[in-house]
Design a protein around this ligand. Structure first.
Ligand code: G6P
Length: 609
């Protein structure tokens, strides 16, 4: 997904822009560019490929100037190429624009501009914005941007500079994130906080339809009619080391290893320890009314949807409330039946996924109550939901989500337990036991991580398999879905998940000697069934890896290898059983020679459809 940066201040802008863009590489991109102003003269440099290519391109020249904008582009309109990269400029060559999002009416605007004599150079929707700003420019860049965004339909986060006004950057957003960093004698602009942390921890989250004007010594905020607004900065608690690799070779492995601390962070303050242990959701504004819901609807995409599948089983089991779990892109386009007593749990690591936000807005318009589970403070989801439960996982940089997922699960457990208590399906005594189990998860996750080398060795033997199937029942089925996704995302091995009971309804037709079957076996009441599924795939030549409890002897001898996890109640295993599978995916990617942090064709944050 595209990344935007901007700088105005005492330093030379070019190195700051390149450095900040590097911190946004995790978002996924296929080209990059910068535009820098020096005494009104605009220099634009762009290159297809990784940032390194752009750096090499400008290595021999000095691009001076204390103000500039930069961009990493993930192609949507027009192929990845130098000319389609951002910044895009207007016909006068004075105005430069970086843009994240999609302008839905760009074809109409382009036709209109062409009928007024404008010649387009790129295939991008963004070039329309540059020409419109020029068309509306009358000596005031802010006024020109305000006029321009009135014409735009779709989503945008933009940064605009103009040679006639070399002291300011004008930025605006709608449905696409933008953060402003408040420095000393400098101010910065970025799509995401990690790009700013080396310079400042004080940020302003720009609201939808809000405009920011950045000068070296201040930032002014306006609504889309041009009226001034006051805005408070927020202190980001992450520091720069949290957004960097800290000695790990890859962000993904670092983030897998951060899970014990992240899980503890999610639980922190949410458990009352005086007298009897109970759950404290006051901080999120949770009131007992929420637990009276007739139905819970969970909506999300990708890994967050898999958390939702676990959530369905958790809520139904502990709180005895009916749950629908929906993929957001499906939900938004069918005709879902909404009831006034439904509550919506919307799960999104980034809080910016386009389909997830659209589903949330549909539910909101229909009058439903929205509870968001997200990792990003100030994200669009967080700002638009009625209640927000932050996962507190810290920045997740690797595209493949790991710690965001397990912390989402912990949030769902806390909520389901509280629902259960309020609905009378969990007694206070049982709640105490369950809370103790939740509190044991960080240590148990740590124990699994200590056995990483066993998983690494197994991956070294199995990484070349043509097909990898993950199968399980109930909670193990949900984690099979997530594990298969993880493996295909970063190793590009063909991997699928299915409910083990479905084996005979299709998947078994594909099982042969070249197949690895990972059988997740933590649902004790269904061990017999799993054993017979394992026999069926072994009989067809598959290699079998079983994942079960450390003290469970049942599967000894029935598999080629066994991963073991510490025992917890069967309903709590997802938080632990996914960890070996994350590591397995990671090591398969390494063995296959792929960079797990930058999987091909994938983006961390999917802010367009
Ligand atoms: C992309 C990411 C996934 C993520 C999904 C949903 O596909 O690569 O890791 O699970 O988007 O993102 P969200 O930010 O809404 O959780």
């Amino acid at each position: 997904m595209c990344g935007i940066v901007g700088y105005v201040g005492e330093e030379q802008a070019t190195p700051v822009l390149l450095n900040a863009l590097k911190k946004l590489e995790y978002r996924g991109y296929d080209s990059a560019g910068i535009a820098v102003l020096d005494s009104g003269r605009l220099t634009v440099r762009k290159a297809k490929g990784r940032l390194r290519v752009l750096e090499e391109k400008i290595a021999t020249e000095v691009i001076r100037g204390h103000i500039g904008i930069g961009h990493t582009r993930w192609a949507t309109h027009g192929e990845p190429s130098d000319v389609n990269s951002h910044p895009q400029t207007d016909v006068s060559g004075k105005i430069a624009v970086v843009h994240n999002g999609i302008i839905e009416n760009y074809a109409k605007l382009k036709a209109w501009l062409e009928s007024n004599g404008v010649e387009f150079r790129s295939e991008t929707d963004t070039e329309v914005i540059a020409h419109l700003v020029n068309f509306n420019y009358n000596g005031d860049l802010l006024a020109a941007v305000i006029e321009t965004i009135k014409k735009l339909e779709g989503s945008y986060a933009i940064g605009v500079i103009c040679g006639n006004e070399p002291d300011r950057i004008v930025a605006a957003r709608k449905d696409s994130p933008l953060v402003i960093g408040k420095g000393v004698h400098e101010n910065l602009l970025a799509s995401d906080v990690p790009a700013l942390l080396e310079y400042t921890q004080d940020v302003y989250y720009l609201d939808d339809r809000e405009i920011a004007v950045l000068y070296a010594d201040r930032t002014e905020f306006y609504d889309d009619y041009g009226a001034r607004r006051e805005k408070q900065s927020v202190r980001v608690e992450w520091d720069i080391s949290a957004a960097e690799k800290n000695g790990f070779e890859h962000f993904m492995r670092k983030e897998i290893h951060e899970q014990p601390a992240a899980l503890a962070n999610t639980l922190r303050t949410r458990i009352k320890t005086y007298a009897a242990k109970s759950i404290n959701l006051e901080e999120i504004g949770f009131s007992p009314d929420w637990a009276k819901a007739g139905r819970v609807v969970i909506t999300a995409c990708g890994t967050a949807w898999h958390a939702g599948v676990v959530g369905k089983y958790v809520f139904e089991h502990f709180a005895r409330v009916p749950v629908d779990v929906d993929i957001a892109s499906e939900y938004r386009y069918r005709e879902p039946i909404l009831n006034p007593h439904d509550i919506f749990i919307i799960i999104s690591q980034s809080g910016e996924t386009a389909d997830t936000l659209a589903a949330m807005r549909m539910a909101k318009t229909a009058g439903a109550k929205i509870l968001a589970i997200t990792n990003v403070v100030g994200s669009t989801l967080a700002r638009e939901a009625d209640l927000v439960m932050y996962t507190r996982a810290g920045p997740e940089i690797a595209v493949a989500s790991t710690k965001a997922f397990t912390t989402q699960l912990v949030c769902l457990y806390l909520l389901a337990f509280q629902f259960g208590l309020l609905r009378g399906t969990i007694s206070p005594e049982r709640l105490e036991t369950l809370i103790r189990e939740l509190e044991s998860l960080p240590d148990k996750a740590r124990e699994i991580l200590r056995e990483e080398s066993g998983i690494q060795r197994f991956a070294a033997r199995q990484f070349n398999k043509d097909k990898v199937f993950f199968m399980g029942r109930l909670f193990d089925y949900a984690i099979s879905l997530e594990s298969a996704l993880k493996l295909k995302e970063i190793s590009y091995a063909h991997s699928e998940a299915f409910a083990a009971g479905e084996l005979k309804h299709g998947p078994i037709a594909l099982v042969d000697k070249g197949t690895l079957v990972v059988a997740l076996c933590t649902q004790s009441a269904l061990f017999d069934k799993m054993e017979s599924n394992i026999k069926q795939v072994k009989a067809r030549g598959a290699s079998v890896l079983v994942l079960t409890y450390r003290d469970e002897e049942r599967f000894n001898g029935s598999a080629d290898a066994i991963f073991r996890i510490p025992r917890v109640p069967d309903e709590l295993t997802p938080v632990l059983s996914v960890i070996p599978c994350q590591l397995f995916a990671y090591y398969c990617a390494i063995q296959r020679g792929h960079d797990p942090d930058k999987p091909r064709n994938l983006a961390k944050s999917v802010t367009v459809e």
